[in-house]
Design a protein around this ligand. Structure first.
Ligand code: G3H
Ligand code: 13P
Ligand code: ZN
Length: 316
């Protein structure tokens, strides 16, 4: 059942975070639904602009509708990830998405507010909620001065003004993470000090953490042992998710880790069976491994086991 992220966030706030997982194809979709059903978790499906154009935007919609029928007990939201203004309008018009992200974080403060406000007005007119972003996500190098690194993080005072003036429903904050497999070069981690200040300024308001893959070292080692060349990859400590949730983070975005599972399964499969050229055996293995991965992630997020309570809340 497709639901609004608003409802999911109300249930999760301060207690746990909902996993927001990107999909591009049917194998990811099947693994995602299975993993969430196995762990009894509500979840968010994220579709990026790149995913929409990988085949045809209608393809992913059709796959999700099919999965909804195959897994009638699943409760999830469908969300546009990192939308630009035009893509956000396209998704709002489509009537399929329950929420959209407008990412104008690369613009100056006033322009970011103006663009976000326009998208919010269009989305709210159709009952769709909007995630916006303030601050700059980026890899934090160890040698970068603290003041320089801090300048990219979300400013807590600006965050309050941004939310009030833009009317957005949730806010993606830069608190030290970055996209991809190379997030930290040393012992840097999440900036809970900044997160806590944002929560103080915006009590009860749902916050979002992008760039939250953990980049498990075992996964990286297995990929490299099977011919990959991913050196020095490092991610977010998943044991910190629950603390982030207590500080108002209700949505945690994970994409890279799923790509690592895909790469590991396929590299190992073909390295071990060089004579094989059938796509289904590794595809099946990937779906099972991805389901296992999702269930494990949901344990870390605290969303595992929440499905019955979420359903009860939706009914009541
Ligand atoms: O934050 C970006 C997501 O990982 C989606 O990546 O734009 O390559 O689909 P993508
Ligand atoms: P990762 O690259 O850490 O998986 O982050 C994904 C993300 O933020 C999608 O919006
Ligand atoms: Zn992101």
């Amino acid at each position: 059942m497709i639901v609004s992220t608003k409802k999911l966030f109300e249930h999760a706030y301060g207690k746990y975070a909902i996993g927001a997982y990107n999909i591009n194809n049917l194998e990811q979709t099947m693994g995602l639904f299975r993993g969430n059903m196995d762990s009894q978790a509500p979840f968010i499906i994220q579709i990026s602009k790149g995913a929409r154009s990988y085949t045809d935007k209608r393809m992913l919609e059709a796959i999700i509708r099919a999965a909804d029928e195959i897994f009638p007990d699943a409760v999830f939201a469908v969300h546009l990830d990192h939308g630009d203004e035009q893509t956000a309008y396209d998704c709002i018009e489509s009537g399929f998405y329950s929420s959209v992200m407008i990412d104008a974080s690369h613009e100056d403060f006033e322009t970011n507010i103006a663009i976000t406000r326009r998208v919010v007005d269009a989305a709210h007119a159709k009952g769709i909620v909007v995630e916006a972003e303030l601050g700059m996500l980026g890899g934090v190098e160890e040698h970068v001065a603290v003041s320089e690194a801090d300048a990219k993080l979300t400013d807590p005072d600006q965050a309050k003004e941004f939310v009030e003036r833009s009317g957005c429903d949730s806010l993606a904050c830069a608190i030290g993470t970055s996209h991809g497999a190379f997030k930290f070069s040393g012992n840097q981690g999440l900036r809970f000090d900044v997160l806590s200040q944002i929560q103080n300024r915006l009590p009860g308001f749902p916050l979002v953490m992008h760039g939250s893959s953990s980049v498990p070292q075992e996964e990286v080692e297995r990929i490299n042992a099977a011919g990959g060349q991913i050196k020095g990859a490092k991610g977010v400590d998943a044991d910190q998710f629950k603390r982030a949730a207590e500080l108002g983070v209700t949505k945690i975005n994970i994409d890279t880790d799923g790509r690592l599972v895909w790469t590991r399964v396929h590299r190992e499969f073909f390295a071990n069976k060089p004579e094989n050229f059938d796509l289904r055996p590794p595809g099946k293995e990937f779906m099972a491994e991805y389901a296992k991965f999702i269930a494990g992630k949901n344990e870390k997020l605290g969303s595992a086991g929440q499905l019955p309570a979420v359903k009860k809340m939706l009914q009541g």
